[in-house]
Design a protein around this ligand. Sequence first.
Ligand code: FAD
Length: 470
Amino acid sequence: MSEKFDLIVIGAGPGGYVAAIKAAKAGMNVAVVESIRVGGTCLNRGCIPAKAMIHASGLYREMLEEAELVGLSASNVSYDYSKIVEYKQGTTDELVGGIEALLEGNGVTRFEGKGTLQADRSVVVKLKDGGETVLEADKVLLAAGSVPSLIPIPGIDLKGVLTSDGVFSLTHKPESLVIIGGGVIGVEFATVFANLGSKVTIVEALPRILQNMDKEVSQNLKMIMKKSDVEIHTGASVKSIEQGGEGLIVNYEEKDKPAQATGQIVVCAAGRKPNLDGLFAEDVVIAMDGKFVDVNEKFETSMPGVYAIGDIINGVQLAHAASAHGICAVEIMNGEEPSLNLGAIPGCVYTDPEIAQVGITEADAKDAGTEVICGKFIMSANGKSLITHEERGFVKVVAKADSHEILGAQMMCARATDMIAEFTTAITNGLTVEQMLAGVRPHPTYNEGITEALEDCIGESTHTVPRRKR
Ligand code: FAD
């Protein structure tokens, strides 16, 4: 006997659970199959736990380094790593509970177990508590997400070599760690452990950390992290890992010369791959786009009635992108036009200072032969940044030279990850520099930096205050 639904969603990460709730609200009878825990990578092993660790460790560093600057004295400042882990877990658990309640409140039927798509589009679920059930539906949405990928080098399987999943399970703070990969995940972990006083080394094969971000952003971050005693090697390719007397030794080649870095643990943050494990029955034939499930612009796979979204398809691997895919896919299933603009997905890095960008950079415009005007504001002249001693950083704006339509923005400053949404809205709605300037921003706020950068774009700076020497 099989149970019938309008839609079966495999995977309850930010792609799957948002799609399920959207579909249920649209009147569909929805089943969600989840093999580990509702919330997916994002809530359990990604965005939320990482940001909780960044928050706790950042607060500790601020208490040590900033308190005196504003006349506060804090003595015996310390931390208990197990309590930081508890706080991180509590935050995750609260959010997971909220999603479980939302799914239930919207009448979504949950199946706890591993879902496998069959050639006839039914889904066989191996239930966690034993047994098996078969689900059928007109439509199936694959939202199985991604898992960390390990680089194929000798020693990668040694005890103490962890992926991001393993880092969240640590019960003690490592005294030293080598992070393989200077992408978003790598630099965020470096931030956490450097804040807590660990000796951190990043080894990145590409010429710069955060290679996909604006060049100025990655150069500045490298300088700032070095000041926090993070050792960074770029253009450095890891060859092997071995057990040494004082920890794990990472052997790498930098500028054709062999070199070594030692850490109590090694974190492999060198990318993620789609989670295809057990997702398809052996006789399922489905088109792939390299290692990803291939979809068209309607999120349809090559199997009729089967859609795919989020980290399992080729594109940016971000939680809000997965959720946006989910919303659009359900709208498309119901014959509606997608309501979201997937062309302007902001990317954020929660380092100190934060980094965020959306749309194109000045270099992208140059490569594409698009004539642009650019504006920039250095945050050391922003009142709020002076108050909070967060003067490092800048806001950059890129707009079309003729129409002044906003094409992109890059920010490296306090609250950049919140402020970038102003530009996402602007790009999505085709707003111009002048239209963005028409709204009055409150004072004192970091957002005033946006006004300044926009004004600089059209040569009309008015507010700049003198910079304070520190
Ligand atoms: P996932 O979140 O991976 O969810 C997929 C779910 O499907 C999982 O729960 C899995 O158990 C389940 N599943 C898989 N196969 C099956 C099956 N056969 N049957 C049943 N269930 C199955 N993104 C951001 O936007 N902001 C951030 O700050 C950020 N920080 C990150 C930090 C780290 C350390 C990591 C690792 C990732 C981070 N990400 C961040 C990326 C973000 O977590 C992912 O892009 C996002 O979770 C992808 O959503 P998804 O729904 O596609 O897949």
